[in-house]
Design a protein around this ligand. Structure first.
Ligand SMILES: [Zn+2]
Length: 69
């Protein structure tokens, strides 16, 4: 089963859930606050790459990298 990452819109808590591809979020609750408003993130891999890119590194995908004027 694939591993999905969710973020709770109520308390901003992130957690991972193992579930089937066609499973919905109806039965999922935030393990921290019990909130039902969950945002499905793309994947644990993508999410961790995204968060680590923001720390101490030059912003990727900028429009002005190496453009001489
Ligand atoms: Zn929560």
């Amino acid at each position: 089963m694939p591993l999905y990452e969710y973020r709770c819109n109520d308390c901003d808590h992130r957690f991972e859930v193992l579930q089937h591809l066609n499973a919905g979020t109806e039965e999922l609750l935030c393990p921290q606050c019990g909130g039902e408003t969950l945002e499905k993130l793309f994947s644990t891999f993508a999410a961790s790459a995204q968060s680590s890119a923001g720390k101490g590194m030059a912003p990727a995908g900028g429009c002005c990298r190496g453009t001489p004027t």
